[in-house]
Ligand binder design. Structure first.
Ligand code: FES
Length: 105
């Protein structure tokens, strides 16, 4: 068990519990913080887009080509911050990871 620090679209910051082996998308969605994740984690919709705190971005596993292609096509893409949370699996090295939910596409 660890935690994520999530800033929602109303700029409120919350700490939520995260279980090792779950995707960040599942953790955030199940906490009711407003990501749609309409493709269910298939790297096909972009509605799980989050902006990673810069201090954490380089600590994440590298994005695969399909994630890069999709995330770079999103309106609110930010280089050095944007990731699709369905493509990141939580582990205890990510305890305390801070991110913001991206604006709705
Ligand atoms: S849930 Fe659709 S791309 Fe992540």
């Amino acid at each position: 068990m660890g935690r994520l620090i999530v800033t929602d679209r109303d700029a409120g910051s919350q700490e939520i519990d995260a279980i090792e082996g779950e995707s960040l998308m599942v953790v955030i969605r199940d906490a009711g913080l407003g990501i749609a994740a309409i493709c269910g984690g298939q790297c096909a919709c972009g509605t799980c887009h989050c902006l990673i705190h810069p201090a954490w971005f380089g600590k994440l596993p590298a994005a695969k080509e399909d994630e890069i292609a999709l995330v770079e096509s999103l309106e609110y893409f930010e280089a050095g911050r944007s990731r699709l949370t369905c493509q990141i699996i939580f582990n205890n090295r990510l305890d305390g990871l801070a991110l913001s939910i991206a604006p709705e596409e």
